[in-house]
Write a protein that binds this ligand. Structure first.
Ligand SMILES: [Zn+2]
Length: 433
């Protein structure tokens, strides 16, 4: 995925429903346990209407909790032990009453006309989400908070949906609408929640018990069979390298729109990517990159964006590693050389930085490229440093030990040191810190 800086909270707009001013404790981030979201898109107005339930607990004592709302318009917010809320730019501060239990529940109604995060495709009844989850649901837009998600989408009968998790129910309603219910039952960060709506051609196959689905509005089934023919092999390759089976019974890839992003259980791939793959059968990098995120990114997630290279450097490196497995060492080396060239150009401009960023508030294009390409190149150097067997042993140890957790660079270094039985301080000081 590509990310814009996490928006700083601007104090512009104030809806004031509670006696917040007399309270002294600072607003904190909660630990969200579960989101339940109902959404109805309006294609002609390019708007959404939503209802949401958030179940959360507080990690420490506070009487105020903060959530991200992007540019959503909050119509109503209620809940037991909820005193009121105040909107502050792209966030809301919710005032809490005394509660003997540590768990709270919020009910929210909202409307939105997102300028980003939810892309309506003009002239079509089609849309997809990308990057900015808080533009279509209220959430903790930080990588460190993982939660489950139930997503109910009410859409016209002739359209279909693909979303995070597994489709558990379809109900035909009156007024030619159908309600699709998707459940993401293992916890993932909010930036990996997503969905798409439209009319698609579809191909389905089974691979070792995992259902693989390919969708596109603009490619035929036989074209998609060619485009996605390496997916099963890719899945097995990453399962083997991770030492952890693919966490879900279903994986979908959708060719549509103008973006790439890994979501929980599926990937959005730019519509024109299919053409690239049809022209060049060795073009697997982007598919592999997004699939690798199902482990490194979605399940082992950087604790904050300063350690973003753990998500993106690893996914970028893994696409080269898959190419080596699929097409041989020469293709791997070509990828590594390409990563090095990006890094080398940044270095020549004097813009090289440590892979662990001091902050990620306003990253430049060079900063992003460092995270992806220097990150992947450094992993290649680490592989050369410790040798093939120990490197992959380390990757497996890191993945198994931290699966489902938030990670920082020290976790990765320590896992590699344990697996290789070597002190890697010098290597990490030079290349990472
Ligand atoms: Zn990525």
């Amino acid at each position: 995925m590509k990310l814009a800086p996490f928006a700083s909270i601007l104090f512009i707009n104030c809806l004031f429903f509670g006696n917040l001013k007399t309270q002294s404790l600072p607003a904190i981030r909660s630990d969200v346990l579960a989101y339940e979201v109902f959404l109805q898109p309006n294609f002609s107005e390019q708007e959404i209407e939503g209802k949401e339930v958030i179940k959360f607990k507080l990690p420490t004592k506070s009487d105020k909790v903060i959530f991200d709302i992007g540019n959503l318009n909050i119509l109503k917010l209620t809940g037991e032990h909820i005193k009121g809320f105040e909107q502050k730019g792209t966030a809301i501060i919710v005032a809490l009453a005394k509660n003997n239990e540590s768990i709270y529940t919020l009910q929210i109604s909202y409307r939105g006309k997102p300028k980003r995060g939810l892309i309506f495709i003009s002239e079509k009844e089609a849309l997809y989400t990308v990057y900015f989850t808080s533009e279509w649901m209220v959430c903790n837009a930080i990588p460190d908070d993982k939660a489950t998600l139930q997503l109910d989408l009410l859409i016209p009968n002739h359209l279909t949906t693909i979303a995070s998790g597994v489709l558990v129910n379809i109900i035909h309603k009156t007024n030619n609408n159908t309600l699709y219910t998707w459940q993401q039952i293992y916890e993932t960060p909010a930036y990996t929640y997503g969905f798409t709506v439209g009319e698609f051609n579809k191909v389905q196959e089974m691979h070792n018990g995992v259902q693989l689905n390919y969708y596109a509005p603009d490619y035929t089934s036989s074209e998609m069979e060619v485009i996605f023919n390496t997916t099963g092999d890719m899945l097995s390759f990453f399962e083997e390298k991770a030492g952890v089976p693919f966490p879900q019974k279903k994986y979908s890839q959708i060719l549509m729109g103008n973006h790439y992003q890994e979501m929980s259980g599926f990937a959005m791939l730019k519509g024109t990517y299919g053409k690239m793959t049809l022209k060049d059968s060795m073009e697997t990098n982007l598919m592999a990159h997004e699939l690798a995120h199902q482990w490194w990114g979605n399940r082992l997630t950087c604790k904050n964006w300063q350690h973003f290279w753990l998500n993106e450097g690893l996914a970028t490196f893994m696409s080269a590693a898959y190419n080596e497995h699929c097409f041989g060492q020469q293709k791997y080396q070509q990828d590594i050389d390409a990563y090095f060239n990006v890094y080398d150009k940044i270095k020549a401009k004097g813009k090289d930085k440590s892979l662990v960023f001091s902050n990620w508030l306003n990253p430049t294009r060079d900063d992003r490229n460092l995270v992806y390409f220097k990150g992947a190149y450094v992993l290649h150097l680490l592989r050369e440093e410790v040798g093939d067997d120990l490197f992959w042993k380390g990757i497996k140890h890191y993945t198994q030990k931290h699966f489902g957790q938030s990670v920082v660079t020290q976790d990765f270094q320590l896992a590699m040191e344990v697996a290789t039985n070597r002190n890697l301080t010098d290597f990490f000081e030079i290349w990472v810190y």
